[in-house]
Ligand binder design. Sequence first.
Ligand SMILES: *Cc1c(COP(=O)(O)O)cnc(C)c1O
Length: 460
Amino acid sequence: MTDLEPLFVRAARAAAEHRRAVPDRPVVTGVPAEEVRAAFAGPLPDGPTDPDGVLDRLLEAAPPGITGTVGPRFFGFVIGGALPAASAADILTIGWDQPAYNETLSPAAGAAERAAGSWAKELLGLPAGASAAFVTGAQAGNTVGLAIGRNEVLARAGWDVARDGLWSAPRVHVVAGEERHATVDRALRLLGMGTGSLHPVRADANGAIDVEDLATTLAGLEGRPTIVCLQAGNVNTGACDDFAAAIPVARAHDAWVHVDGAFGLWAAASPRHAHLTRGVGDADSWGADAHKWLNVPYDSGLAFCRDPEAHARAMSYTAAYLTGSGGTAHVLGDVTPESSRRARGFAVWAALLELGRDGVAALVDRSCAQARRMAERLEAGGATIRNEVVLNQVLVGFDEVADVDALVESVQQEGTCWVGATTWRGSRLIRVAVSNATTTDDDIDRSADAILAAARRLSG
Ligand SMILES: *Cc1c(COP(=O)(O)O)cnc(C)c1O
């Protein structure tokens, strides 16, 4: 039997070296993508390569194409970092290689998901009795939540979609804010409801759903099978819907309420920011990320459902050979869309243990304070902040810079930080998302300076 220790230690050492170096290196390497591709390409060899030789090749080929997304000055998309214990837990997860399908296969994977799921529900203000599924991200979390909702509202209309499919089913209407995340639309496509089922509801200036328009839209549907999809954390502005107002309205129309809480739901874990998600626990299902704001390595997300039976009805399956599945436990593969998968719960459990309740709150508060700091410094340097910075997202415009995409590219190439561009209410803007646990105030200041310098280069 090969002793894996030297190989594993070598891989772990290289990973740790990347983490050590990432705060000081440019966020992008500047090596052209074609060069990176060429380093991986070539004919498939006929014979084997010894594992050390494979690692040699990988450590040569990959680093020129590794973006410093895990570093403290990556502000694109909503990219969290990866906490030390959570990263180490993921390394162990690979070492153990447990298929997290059921608790017969892996009692520990099930136990970790039960514990981490309970902790997450507590932090996020969700009902203690809700189910928790460990999925790949918020896309999967939204897909699972909307699948459960679809099945339940159709069941109330007397239709068994699990058996009879959607062909002759009553139409399911999906009511969501016009500033919903695009993953909701993809989920509707995947689930056979189609984007034509959407009834977009007006959003306010910061992107939160207009509850009056929600009420009008729901009234117009006259009791037809309906899912309302709300949002905690707009991907551009960070705005959270007013759950305390919106959920009772949806309930009055017997709608299923799903919340896309990808990153914003974590605001609930901070006493200082929990007002943004007040009432969110009254929904029926929730999707959230662990790999964004909780700083768990990719891929890691959560899907919760108030009614674990409904969750399992939508997701579970069993077969004669699958000892230990399809029971009443509602963990692991009974609630996820995948069958075999890696034991994602270990890393989430490790992240929550590493931070503790106060640590998660501090992470949320620090990111939000740093977003405000970024906004203030950019504004002082002549930028216009185009959103209300309620959470960790900042939208930035410069009156004197016409080509925002060129500005963003210039910032990215300079390498101090990485920001993306977005279109918000018809304007092309810089978008800054702060969600890395290692980001310091100094990182914010250096990044703001780099953005301002780029704006000066491009102005006029
Ligand atoms: C990122 C995001 C998603 C998708 O999450 P993934 O983890 O990328 O699948 C969905 N909704 C919102 C609001 C997001 O920010």
